[in-house]
Design a protein around this ligand. Structure first.
Ligand SMILES: NC(=O)c1ccc[n+]([C@@H]2O[C@H](COP(=O)([O-])OP(=O)(O)OC[C@H]3O[C@@H](n4cnc5c(N)ncnc54)[C@H](OP(=O)(O)O)[C@@H]3O)[C@@H](O)[C@H]2O)c1
Length: 280
């Protein structure tokens, strides 16, 4: 099976490469320098020449706050147009597409319970709107797709909340973290295992949701990250910590457990991750 990973330098792209290497599975992984997904001519040439059969599409514009202003164009270009180009190429060359989306496609304020895959969408920020356009494009142009929504992603390779907290704890005695936004953290390892589980297990094409099990606020997440550090973590409200992009107050997505995949609890995943970076 010929596998292509886009977004090779990103958090998930790198995790997938390590996972497949560990399993001795061959793949090709491309960063934006090798394959710019917004360049239709380049993508067509790549697919015509390499004919991938499975595409783990991990390339994305992920600067959520910048996407509100200076990154608005790049956000749309990469997340909507780039995904459309990849979706059309997958269809043309018969490849299965794994598209990674986000909880930000939902409104994040109106629901008390978990978001189901087919719940009405209502993104409240530019990134969420562009990723939703990406979802629509995948569903419109591609017949063999796994659309996998995730949230609060962290992993060994890249910038993320866990590294930010650990770094801040080195220089601060006290940290304030928002406590009125609740979600589900996702270790890239869990996400990489889940998407390969879908593909390798030939699960039905469609929409899936993947995070670690349980739920927490960013404040609770920070407390767990820093439980062995000598730093005080204090809760603040979103109002006290304004950001350019709107953040949902409750965006817990129902996990796709019916697939048979076991989603590790977020605390277990976090500590396994932290053990794995200890000698990094
Ligand atoms: N991070 C989160 O918290 C989060 C939450 C929900 C969903 N997601 C989704 O999960 C997926 C993986 O996220 P991540 O955290 O791994 O992202 P990431 O670390 O920001 O990596 C994204 C990668 O996309 C690549 N890219 C950007 N523009 C490109 C282009 N025009 N052509 C080719 N590659 C391009 C970049 O590659 P270069 O470095 O080579 O330029 C970058 O390494 C994305 O679909 C994201 O939307 C992430």
């Amino acid at each position: 099976m010929k596998i292509l990973i886009t977004g090779a330098n990103g958090q998930l792209g790198q995790e997938l490469q390590h996972l497949l290497t560990e399993r001795q599975v061959e793949y090709t992984a491309t960063g934006s320098k090798e394959l710019d997904i917004t360049d239709a001519v380049q993508v067509e040439k790549y697919f015509a020449h390499n004919k991938p059969q499975v595409v783990y599409h991990c390339a994305a514009y992920t600067a959520v706050d910048k996407a509100e202003d200076e990154g608005k164009e790049a956000n749309l270009k990469v997340n909507a147009l780039g995904t459309e180009i990849i979706a059309k190429a997958c269809e043309k060359y018969g490849a299965a597409l794994v598209y990674i989306s986000t909880d930000y496609v939902f409104d994040g304020t109106r629901k008390a319970g978990e978001y189901l895959p087919d719940d009405p969408k209502g993104p409240r920020n530019e990134y969420g709107r562009a990723k939703l356009l990406g979802e629509e494009t995948v569903q419109k142009y591609c017949s063999k797709y796994y659309l996998v929504r995730t949230a609060w992603v962290y992993g060994k390779w890249g910038h993320n909340f866990v590294y930010t907290m650990l770094n801040l704890a080195k220089t601060h005695d006290k940290l304030t973290v928002v406590s009125d936004q609740v979600g589900r953290p996702t270790w890239t390892r869990t996400l990489a295992e889940f998407v390969t589980y879908l593909v390798d297990g030939k699960k039905p094409y469609g929409v899936y949701q993947c995070s670690n099990d349980g739920q927490c606020s960013w404040y609770e997440f920070a407390k767990e990250i820093l439980r062995d550090e000598d730093v005080m973590v204090l809760p603040v409200t979103s109002e006290q910590y304004p950001t350019a992009a709107f953040r949902p107050h409750y965006s817990v997505m129902q996990l796709s457990k019916k697939t048979g995949f076991v989603f590790p609890k977020w605390q277990d995943a976090l500590h396994q991750f932290m053990d794995s970076i200890e000698d990094k």
